[in-house]
Design a protein around this ligand. Structure first.
Ligand SMILES: *[C@@H]1O[C@H](CO)[C@@H](O)[C@H](O)[C@H]1NC(C)=O
Ligand SMILES: *[C@@H]1O[C@H](CO)[C@@H](O)[C@H](O)[C@H]1NC(C)=O
Length: 451
């Protein structure tokens, strides 16, 4: 940015050539620019106090360093150019070997007292120490500033959101009649330049830079402000991979757990584990998002509804497990009762054998089905010799036992149905409800996210 310290010019006079050496110092001396010359520093550089100082301002975006939703902070790295006229400065370049501008330290001349309203932290990056001074009195000042600013962000659609952050520039004390602020490039030019200059974009995609002028009135005094609005869109990929997809995966695991058997609480354990995994993910969300009172972020709705659905499915599993448990208890009771009955039958049979020594079926103990065996048994008894009949008797006894067991088993299966049947019914109905709700909810929320 700096020019060569000395500029040589050869002046030809009357055929005899003599070298005239010009330096910036000549200009500085001519202007009486010294560090202790208060004329240039103390007051606004106008000859007539009624003149207003026109400050032409240009801001371009270099990089978006950070956008922090939690603290509502926007940190852009911007390039600021200011241009204004100093009426006390002018020289004729022809007298100074054509020197049209010099650079002087910032402290030597008056500078506009511009500041950024949203800035919450002093910029500690190194300042550019020089300014350009033109022969017609135009002063040019350039600087790179890292602005740590507050920005009201709307995280309703996080992570598919677009944020707009303002940087408002105005004079601290000079009113609109003393100092005017003019943007030197319009919105579309600033946008295009910023796009060309931006090197790294990171998570945020820069969309637009728009400039508006605004007169701020307070106590009958007016200040002119320039508002630079940066519009940027978040690239959601990281959050989708880190957050939305894992929750979806856990949800589908929870859905798939329908096919795990209800017995012995295995399903219950599985569901609790999945629910715990989701709550860990919720902690991450807490780190990212600010606590908002006006509008709930969609992602919070997404998490809470999925969490609630999974909780509901866990409760349903508990209910079903309870029913199954109750069922197995009643089955146990039934088994006990049947065992007692069997003992009774056995006792009865033993008595018969003792009394008659031949086939007799105890009427007190047998069921209706045992009657069917009677004719067969009688036939067998009639046609076959007593010795062989003893063997047959044993076989018959075995058969009888088998039949009772079968009966018992049959009855068992029917009795189990009572609460077990309910459990299966509840399970199926809930699964249908679950799948429907989940698909409906996901469709709705993704539509909301996209619009
Ligand atoms: C600089 O100061 C000298 C005397 O101190 C004065 O004669 C001269 O006019 C001044 N130059 C300007 C440009 O004001
Ligand atoms: C602000 O005030 C100045 C001076 O009165 C005027 O020229 C300018 O148009 C005003 N700007 C806006 C945005 O109203």
């Amino acid at each position: 940015m700096m020019h060569v310290a000395f500029l040589l010019l050869i002046v030809f006079t009357d055929g005899a050539s003599s070298k005239k050496v010009c330096s910036y110092q000549d200009v500085v001396d001519y202007l009486n620019l010294t560090t202790d010359n208060s004329v240039f520093k103390l007051t606004r550089p106008v000859l007539d106090y009624k003149h207003s100082t026109m400050v032409e301002l240009d801001i371009l975006l270099y990089a978006i360093l950070a956008v922090i939703e939690k603290t509502q902070t926007f940190v852009p790295f911007i390039w600021v150019t200011m241009m204004w006229n100093n009426e006390r400065i002018s020289w004729d370049p022809a007298q100074f070997c054509g020197i049209t501008h010099i650079s002087v330290p910032r402290e030597m001349l008056w500078t506009p007292d511009l500041f950024i309203y949203e800035m919450i932290q002093k910029d500690d990056s190194p300042h550019n120490p020089y300014m350009y001074v033109s022969y017609d009195g135009t002063i040019t000042f350039e600087e790179d500033v890292k602005v740590v600013s507050t920005c009201k962000m709307d995280v309703h659609k996080f992570p598919f959101d677009t944020q707009r952050c303002n940087i408002t520039i105005g004079s601290a004390i000079h009113c609109v009649n003393e100092m005017r602020l003019l943007p030197s490039s319009n919105s579309s030019r600033a946008t295009q330049f910023s796009r060309e200059m931006m090197k790294s974009q990171g998570e945020w995609e820069f969309l637009q830079l728009s400039i508006t002028s605004y007169n701020f009135t307070f106590n009958d005094r007016q200040w002119e402000n320039l508002i630079y609005t940066f519009t940027m869109k978040r690239r959601p990929l990281l959050h989708v991979i880190n957050f939305l997809l894992p929750i979806l995966f856990f949800l589908s695991l929870d859905l798939a757990s329908y096919f795990i058997a209800d017995h012995r609480g295995e399903k219950l354990g599985f569901k609790v584990t999945v629910l715990l995994a989701i709550s860990v993910l919720l902690l991450i969300l807490n780190d990212i998002l600010p606590s908002m009172s006006n509008k709930t972020p969609l992602i919070a709705t997404y998490c809470i509804v999925i969490f609630a659905l999974m909780l509901l499915s866990l409760l349903e599993t508990i209910l079903v497990t309870y029913l199954m448990e109750k069922d197995s208890v009643s089955r146990e009771e039934l088994r006990l009762r049947d065992k007692q009955e069997k003992v009774k039958i056995d006792n009865c049979n033993a008595e018969e054998k003792r009394l008659t020594g031949c086939l007799c079926i105890c009427t007190e103990c047998d069921g209706e089905k045992q009657h069917e065996l009677l004719p067969v048994a009688e036939e067998v008894n009639n046609s076959i010799q007593p010795r062989e009949s003893h063997v047959l008797l044993l076989i018959l006894e075995e058969l009888k036992e088998l039949q009772t067991t079968l009966n018992l088993h049959f009855r068992c299966r029917q009795e189990v149905g009572k609460s077990g049947h309910w459990a299966t019914k509840i399970n199926r109905a809930f699964f249908i409800f679950y799948v429907t709700t989940v698909s409906l909810f996901l469709t709705l929320i993704f539509i909301e996210w996209n619009t």
